[in-house]
Design a protein around this ligand. Structure first.
Ligand SMILES: *Cc1c(COP(=O)(O)O)cnc(C)c1O
Length: 393
């Protein structure tokens, strides 16, 4: 097993599926036309573009003309937040979001604050859940947008999106959800959810990096993201990334077709891994909701060890995972998500995310369950701090 690498970081990015790559290939070579050209090459490209738009729309339960292709999740989040509120500027300048959003949403909201907007960052409970009541209570006459993620990328918690959508609709407020982690992992229906805008990203669902989409409900006014040509209904100019778009269409179609099987298989592996960790390692806790979570998400805090050290040992043992702190980015601040669910700094620092995906096998899960206790024991024994002596940051 040690000669083989195990990838358990699917929340960071996924591999491109062979079927997706195969679907994309002709659009680099034979069918390289510009979808705006009127000759045969151009018309072929246009057909592929509109077919992919239908595939994405079918996955979300909307119409093809409500789908706009973007360069990924971050771009979709930026577009939805910046340009939808711009179109509502006469109504007010208040935005509601949560404390555990992805930085693509949080940092955009911080930018909006600099532009004179007020932002309410709703707290979450110990499981990472936003209370529907707190959304209701935060609404003001000048609230123009609610943006709450469908599924959290760190701890996997799924939010009550349909209930929040209902409140947004009753109050005539635009509702955006960052569904980057949810699309391909849980069933999505933009009408049942009452969302006006939804962000998704290709590389989180086995399509390539650099392609994504934004769903915008018809009738919702959103201003231009990029000025130029007439692409994407004149709202996002630039010659389309056709191979990426074709890949996204194929990947999302496959994900939706396989969703029941994926959910059943991957959540069973997730629960086996969680149980294997909790049963075999002392002083470990699960982060996120025990059941209302993404099928592939495991996030634990291992006391008295550093998440970074754990990651490096796992990497040496052939397992790619992710830590729950932002130490990798050179800062010592633990993740804002782990702090928001109430973890003290020293516990947040010992956090580990193992995100399973389409390719994850039972043998891989068994291997991690077998290796991790020894790694933790070893790190704890080596550490100058031990179980009776918490470190301080
Ligand atoms: C990955 C991710 C994003 C960013 O998507 P990119 O395509 O990498 O820009 C946004 N939100 C969530 C929840 C994510 O997991």
């Amino acid at each position: 097993m040690s000669d083989r690498l195990i990838y358990m970081d699917n929340a960071a990015t996924t591999s491109v599926r062979p079927e997706v790559l195969e679907a994309m290939m002709p659009y680099f070579t034979q069918h390289f036309g510009n979808a705006s050209s009127i000759h045969t090459f151009g018309r072929g490209a246009r057909r592929a573009l509109e077919n992919a738009r239908k595939q994405v729309a079918a996955a979300l339960g909307c119409e093809a003309r409500e789908i706009y292709f973007t360069a990924g999740g971050s771009e979709s989040d930026n577009w939805a937040i910046r340009c939808a509120v711009e179109a509502k500027a006469s109504k007010g300048k208040h935005i509601i979001t949560s404390a555990i959003e992805h930085h693509a949403v949080l940092h955009t909201c911080e930018y909006m604050e600099k532009q004179g907007y007020e932002v309410t960052y709703l707290p979450v409970d110990e499981y990472g859940l936003v209370s529907v009541e707190s959304v209701k209570n935060a609404i003001r006459p000048d609230t123009v947008l609610i943006t709450i993620m469908a599924a959290n990328n760190e701890i996997g918690t799924l939010q009550p999106i349909a209930e929040i959508g209902k409140i947004a609709k009753e109050n005539g407020i635009l509702f955006h959800t960052d569904a980057v982690q949810a699309v391909g992992a849980v069933p999505i229906d933009v009408n049942a959810w009452n969302v006006d805008m939804l962000s998704l990203s290709g590389h989180k669902l086995h399509a390539p990096k650099g392609i994504g989409a934004l769903y915008v409900r018809k009738g919702v006014r959103i201003s231009n993201l990029i000025y130029g040509g007439a692409q994407e209904r004149g709202l996002r100019a630039g010659t389309e990334n056709l191979p990426g778009i074709v890949g996204l269409g194929k990947a999302i179609e496959l994900a939706v077709a396989e969703l029941p099987e994926y959910t059943e298989r991957v959540s069973r592996l997730r629960d086996k891994l969680i149980k294997g960790i909790l049963d075999n390692i002392p002083d470990v806790q699960l982060n996120g909701h025990p059941t209302i979570r993404l099928p592939g998400n495991v996030n634990v805090s291992v006391r008295y060890v550093e998440g970074e050290a754990l990651l490096m040992r796992l990497d040496l043992a052939g397992v790619a995972a992710s830590s729950g702190s932002a130490c990798t980015s050179g800062s010592l601040d633990p993740s804002h998500v782990l702090l928001a669910i109430g973890l003290p700094h020293e516990i947040a620092h010992g956090s580990l995310r193992l995100s399973l995906g389409n390719d994850t096998t039972e043998e891989e899960v068994d291997y991690v369950i077998e290796k991790l206790p020894g790694i933790v024991e070893n790190l704890r024994a080596m550490s100058p701090v031990n179980a009776s002596n918490l470190f301080s940051f």
